[in-house]
Structures are given as structure tokens and as C-alpha cells.
Design a protein around this ligand. Structure first.
Ligand code: PMP
Length: 406
């Protein structure tokens, strides 16, 4: 699409033509899930029409096609995040399963009594609960990097938390509740200097900025396909080869074995060691098509356009009396979380829905960070590159009316 043409892009997403309560849909719930371009919908349909088969096992034409399509998707992921080795890309159901895989496999092996795991106050429940479960099972301790009043991580406080008992730092690149872009490179670098492994939750960053896992330097990077214009039910664990090779499988079954007797099983090398059973082949292929689409638009064009949109939306919201923005860090992506004085977040959400504007209201699976700001829920419009300035005006018109302003 060069140069960036949002109206051309919008024509690629059929659902954006949908009418809701008599109005054209405005989709501002991109942090929850993103919509799919026609090319992704078509690719999945093509798979089931022409390629559908289980992979790896049968020696027939469709098995070969399905395997090629699936492994082609793995290569697309590899290039998209600049992973050095395609076998470091493991397909899972999503970010939640990805983090659970690392906790159940790497965590069970490396976390012991008295050890410490550091997360940030910003984390989604998916990057809290698995570590808490692990810590409880092992007698380890979960520690929390605090944030300042803008919702940005306090690096000095984090530095103080790192110590000889720290075994893992697990932190998000972008907060789904506030939109904070964390200083992830510094966070990882400090951990590495202390000899501590790192996991980066990329669920919210992957669709908004260029991700280069080699530049990040983390041991694990995880994300969900559905947040980057791909299908649900597919996601990725990327891990450093030597780290993954050293980890035990977390699930056993077909696909992941080299040889099985009743006495003993020899596992496949990575990535198959971590992909027990029949995977989500079609949706992996769909994710590959989503990556192709993003590459055609250009992730840097996307980041630049979205930044303008976020600044515009933030400015418009700030002008409305009674709006309190939660999360005002200098570096943000996509999310404008707020509350409106005198109105519950549910009320605001309903009023927006009545006008065809979809936002999430609630705790956004990140209760600790909302409570840090003294609220239980917020209204959370979240942007993607197919959104427009006009759509932001439709949102702020409703909020202004609720606030009793014109
Ligand atoms: N981490 C973050 C930062 C998220 O935004 C989300 C999704 N809201 C998740 C993890 C969980 O992703 P999923 O539900 O796709 O597993």
C-alpha cells in the first residue's frame, strides 16, 4: 500500500463494513483481539479446500502440502521476529499457553525453594498466575517491579530487586491495560548482566512495532496470532536454541517423539519436542498470511500512523472535563484507558456500543495495575492501523455528550 493509505487498508478488512445498532462499526477493541484481512480469511479457506491433511506422518500429496504450508508459516514467524533459527519457533494456542509452557517446562526444571521470579506491576494475569502457581509449588517468591504515577516501570527499583536468588524476569513489552511501552531492552540487559533468564510478553507489542528478538536479547518471546490480524487458537513461543534444547517437554504424545517403547521414549528435537499431538495447522497457516499482510503494509508505517492516531485521541479525551486518563507514560502504544467522573465504565461502554463503537470496559485481565491507580475497571479504547481520526471523533462525541459538554 505505499504510501500508507488507511482507506485502502480498510477495504481489506470486511468486518469493518459491519453495521452495529444502525451505525458502521468502529472497532476500538484491538487490544482484546484484532480483525482479519480478507487475505487471511482466504488463506484459511484455501487450506481446507486444497491442502487439508495432518502433517509429518503420512506420505501422500496432501500431507506434503499441509506440511509445507505449516512449516512455511513457521518461517514467516521466524523472519517477522528476526529469530536466528526456524526451529526456535514453537506453535502453541496463544500467549497464555506460551507462558504456561515456559513455566511448566523451564520453570519446573530451574525454579527451586527460595528462588525469585520478577514480574512487573503492569502484567496481564497470563504473566502473573503461571509464575505464582510455580512459586507456590516450589516455595519460590514472586517479586514485582513497581511503576510510577504515569504507569512506567521504575528501573532503579527493579535494579534493587535483582539479586543472587533471582532466576527469571518475565515482563511485558506493552501493557494491555495502560498502553505503556516498557524499557524492555534495558530490563533484559540488566537481567542478563545478573545472569538471569528473561521472558518478554509480546502479546500487545507484536502488532504495533518492529520486534527483533536478537536485538531484545531475551531468552523467550511470546505472542498470540489473534492480536496481529491472524486467527485465534494459534500463538508462538520463541526461545533461544540452547535454552529450548535443555528444557523437558511439557506435554507427551504423538508428533513429539523419535522412538517409543514401554520402557522409554526418545523425544524429537525442537520444535517438535514441544508440539505434542495434532497442532492448529490451518490457523498457523492463517498466521503466516497475517504476517505477509503486515509486511506488505510495513510495520514501521503502521507504528508511525498509529502514533499520530494515539496522540490525536489522547488530546481529544484530555479536553473533556471529568475524563481521567489512566496511564500517561511518555512512550505508549495503542491504548487509551480512562474513567469518566459520574459514570460507571459499564455505562460508558453501553453508550458507545449504542453508537456502534466497540471498546472494552472491565479489568482487562490486569487487576493489579488498575488497583495501583485506585480503580477496578476502566474504559479502554485500543487502536489498530485500520482506525481513523473520524472514528476517534465518533468516540469522543459520545464521551463529551455523557460528560454534559458539546
Ligand atoms: N499478555 C498480554 C499483555 C495480553 O494483552 C494478553 C491478551 N489480552 C495476553 C497476555 C493473553 O493472550 P491470550 O489470551 O491470547 O492467550
Amino acid at each position: 500500500h505505499p504510501p500508507f493509505d488507511v482507506h485502502a487498508i480498510r477495504r481489506d478488512f470486511p468486518i469493518l463494513q459491519e453495521r452495529v445498532n444502525g451505525r458502521q462499526l468502529v472497532w476500538f477493541d484491538n487490544a482484546a483481539t484484532t480483525h482479519k484481512p480478507q487475505s487471511v480469511i482466504d488463506r484459511i479457506s484455501y487450506f481446507y479446500t486444497h491442502e487439508n491433511s495432518n502433517i509429518h506422518r503420512a506420505a501422500h500429496e496432501l500431507a506434503a502440502r499441509a506440511t509445507d504450508a505449516y512449516e512455511g508459516a513457521r518461517e514467516r514467524v521466524q523472519r517477522f521476529i528476526n529469530a536466528p533459527d526456524v526451529n526456535e519457533v514453537i506453535f502453541v494456542r496463544g500467549t497464555t499457553e506460551a507462558i504456561n509452557l515456559v513455566a511448566k517446562s523451564w520453570g519446573a526444571q530451574h525454579i527451586g525453594e527460595g528462588d525469585e521470579i520478577i514480574v512487573s506491576h503492569l502484567e496481564h494475569h497470563a504473566n502473573i498466575v503461571p509464575w505464582q502457581q510455580l512459586a507456590t509449588a516450589k516455595g519460590a517468591r514472586l517479586r514485582v517491579m513497581p511503576v510510577d504515577d504515569s504507569g512506567q516501570i521504575l528501573l532503579d527499583e527493579y535494579r534493587q530487586l535483582l539479586n543472587a536468588r533471582t532466576k527469571l524476569v518475565a515482563v511485558t513489552q506493552v501493557s494491555n491495560a495502560l498502553g505503556t511501552v516498557t524499557p524492555i531492552k534495558e530490563i533484559v540487559a540488566l537481567a542478563r548482566r545478573a545472569g538471569v533468564r528473561t521472558l518478554v510478553d509480546g502479546a500487545q507489542s507484536i502488532s504495533h512495532m518492529r520486534v527483533d528478538v536478537q536485538e531484545l536479547g531475551a531468552d523467550f518471546f511470546v505472542f498470540s496470532g489473534h492480536k496481529v490480524f491472524g486467527p485465534t487458537g494459534i500463538g508462538v513461543v520463541w526461545g533461544k536454541r540452547e535454552v529450548l534444547e535443555d528444557m523437558p517437554p511439557w506435554q507427551g504424545g504423538g508428533n513429539m517423539i523419535a522412538d517409543v517403547t514401554f520402557e522409554k521414549t526418545v523425544f524429537q528435537p525442537i520444535p517438535n519436542k514441544f508440539e505434542a499431538g495434532t497442532g492448529n495447522i490451518a490457523d498457523a497457516v492463517g498466521l503466516g498470511a497475517a504476517i505477509d499482510y503486515v509486511n506488505r503494509v510495513g510495520i514501521d508505517n503502521i507504528a508511525c500512523y498509529e502514533h499520530q492516531l494515539l496522540e490525536y485521541g489522547t488530546e481529544q479525551l484530555k479536553r473533556i472535563n471529568g475524563v481521567r486518563l489512566i496511564g500517561t507514560a511518555a512512550d505508549k502504544a495503542s491504548v487509551m484507558s480512562f474513567v469518566l467522573a459520574g459514570h460507571s465504565t459499564e455505562e460508558v461502554g453501553r453508550a458507545l456500543n449504542d453508537e456502534g463503537v466497540a471498546v472494552r470496559t472491565g479489568h482487562h485481565c490486569a487487576q493489579p495495575i488498575l488497583r495501583r491507580f485506585g480503580v477496578e475497571t476502566t474504559v479502554r479504547p485500543s487502536l489498530a492501523f485500520y482506525n481513523t481520526h473520524d472514528e476517534i471523533d465518533r468516540l469522543t462525541t459520545v464521551i463529551r455528550r455523557l460528560a454534559g459538554q458539546r
